[in-house]
Design a protein around this ligand. Sequence first.
Ligand code: V47
Length: 392
Amino acid sequence: MAGNQRAEEKEPGMTPFADAALSAIEAKLDSGTSLSLEDGLALYRTPDLHGLGRLARKQKERKSGKKVFYVLNRYINSTNVCYAGCKFCSFAVDEFKERERVVRMPADVVFTKTFETGANFNQIHIVGGHDPRQLSLDYWLPLMRRFKEAAPHVQLSLFTAAEIDYMAKRHRLSYPEIVAKLKEAGLDNVNGGGAEIFAEATRAKICPNKVSSDNWLAIHEELHRQGVASNATMLYGQIESLEDRVDHLMRLRASQERSPGYNAFIPLAFHPDGNELNDCGWTSGLDDVRTFAVARLMLDNFDHVKAYWMIQGLKVCQVALQFGADDMDGTHGSTDEEMIYHSAGTRSGQYVDDREFRRLIEDAGYVPVRRNSTYQEFAWDWTPQVLQGTTA
Ligand code: V47
């Protein structure tokens, strides 16, 4: 009660928190102290959902004021062939058992597809499976250079650390060596996937063949040292515990401290259709908004928390803007076909018009800002000038 009275004294007119634990956490946040594992668990368990949202909003506004970001982008899954065998995945195809489902795009197809609806976008986001025929420097380096030559305004957000680990192994390169090659070819940003959940006991059950937690972090830290930005994710709502979730956020915070360069954190809600963890079911809207808020509060050295419409759905993502999120990710192109979430049961469509983003953001009380992968800002009607060698 004393904590509540103090909150009222500090900010006249503010309703005290229904949960005294939130007052103590607010005091820590106001003094710039990072939250502990126990704080993270208290946030996840608080019955005062509105209080949690209020705290997360305050932290969001300290970071990005009234701005909420989006990007005009293209999204491509260039191959769904994958040998990793992750239990949560419905996207991966065994090329010998399910030939009819295989999507494995030649580099020319990826290039042409990227520009088939013009070149007025700021990012190309590509991820794919662990495919020995495609996940190779011979395929990617020339394609990356071709993108940069044709459309220098487009930032390349390619791969996850899991794919970089796979390529490093197959080319017998160290992480510093492979990162240097990718950077030289124009890599701007690495996507946040492959992080899943870092707690080793859980990771061993859901993705035993994937890059280890320590190596995922080591790759991102090397990217940052060489000036390549990146994102980070967490796959929640599968078999992990709340302790696993908070531990994951704390490992990311420590990694950002060691080697800064993460731009955004993206919570990935587990989708159960068509995979071995289907009995975990769907996450609830409340778990989703709590997770956005806890992430915003634990990750005090991350500038952005992204509510990606493809994953929690546009409506939950709009509500997430009141729970600490400050980004809705990308429009995707009108001819894009995202496969990771669509094969696992998402009901999100494939494309969002940027006018829709602006309406949702303004309705939530914020100011929409167009960005690129590294959060440079653009006027909503900005268009590129030079388009060489594209069909645009
Ligand atoms: O690592 C796979 C996830 C990730 C399922 O950087 C699933 O802006 C839920 O990299 N249910 C890849 N998630 C996607 C990725 C990404 C996504 C959003 C934003 C960004 C970014 C990057 O997709 C994988 C895995 O965690 N995933 N299957 C599933 N059934």
